[in-house]
Design a protein around this ligand. Structure first.
Ligand code: IMP
Length: 182
């Protein structure tokens, strides 16, 4: 059984920070933007499923033409830890040679998933590659990887809400909360 221990980030705190990230990304990518109506050259890749609310909000806060794609991976292991073994469940729909890739993640924990994904994406020769994550738990890092855009640094809590789950529970909470098993 799962119990919400406390709310870490409120709906408003998340919305304010996502808007800031969107503004920063807009500024940084402005020089690359194509005209509205032309095929976008910036591809926002979402890592399913936990990223969905963040992806939707962040992409709408970026005032530039974006193409969308999604990748889904599964890491084997316990519900509250990552094993580092990554398997692609749904791959991207498009080749990457003509895109500046912005990979959007919900959370970096050990860093194993993102390290695998980064290497996998870079092998496909995108024009450029950057990472945006909503949450970062640096205390848990097992491999050195950092995001270019980071919403919040949090301590070593297991968190749910705003897309994040514990065994599929709590994804649709509008806030982010620390949980414990009882
Ligand atoms: P990593 O490979 O350990 O960095 O784990 C990344 C993935 O583990 C994330 O994309 C999440 O799906 C999941 N994860 C890590 N920490 C949490 C958490 O606190 N709550 C929910 N999911 C988490």
């Amino acid at each position: 059984m799962l119990e919400i221990e406390r709310v870490l980030l409120s709906e408003k705190e998340i919305a304010d920070r996502v808007r800031e990230l969107g503004n920063q990304i807009t500024e940084d990518y402005q020089h690359l933007a194509v005209k509205i109506g032309d095929a976008p050259n910036i591809l926002a890749i979402g890592v399913l499923k936990g990223v969905v609310p963040f992806y939707a909000d962040l992409c709408r806060a970026i005032a530039l033409p974006l193409a969308f794609d999604f990748i889904s991976v599964s890491s084997y292991g316990q519900a509250t830890s990552s094993s580092g073994t990554v398997r692609i469940l749904k791959d991207l729909d498009v080749p990457l040679e003509e895109y500046h890739v912005l990979m959007i993640e919900d959370i970096i924990d050990t860093g194993l998933t993102l390290t695998y994904l980064k290497e996998n994406i870079l092998r496909r020769n995108p024009l450029s590659f950057k990472i945006a994550t909503l949450l970062d738990k640096p205390d848990r890092r097992e491999v050195p990887i950092t995001a270019d855009y980071n919403g919040f640094v949090i301590s070593d809590f297991f968190v749910v809400g705003y897309g994040l789950d514990c065994m599929e529970c709590c994804r649709n909470l509008p806030y982010i909360a620390a949980v414990r098993t009882i």
